[in-house]
Design a protein. Structure first.
Length: 76
């Protein structure tokens, strides 16, 4: 179940507090201490393809947009 689907069910269960509590207990995404989902792009928030070298913490798309401003040169 994705994060957005998890939140959508709250609207239906607001009138039933006992069922809402049970739903949250069993369907909430668990807190993570390591892994891919903790590292996010500092600019746009993407989870995948993070460049963390040099302390950048940018996804590859944001890096391409801001590379020249950061001082990187493109070689052919």
């Amino acid at each position: 179940m994705t994060y957005s689907n998890y939140r959508k069910a709250f609207k239906q269960l607001k009138a039933k507090p006992v069922k809402l509590k049970k739903f949250i207990k069993h369907n909430a995404p668990k807190k993570r201490s390591c892994g891919r989902s903790l590292k996010r792009c500092g600019r746009c928030g993407r989870i995948r393809s993070i460049l963390s070298s040099y302390g950048l913490n940018l996804c590859r798309q944001c890096f391409r947009e801001t590379a020249t401003d950061l001082g990187f040169k493109k070689y052919n």
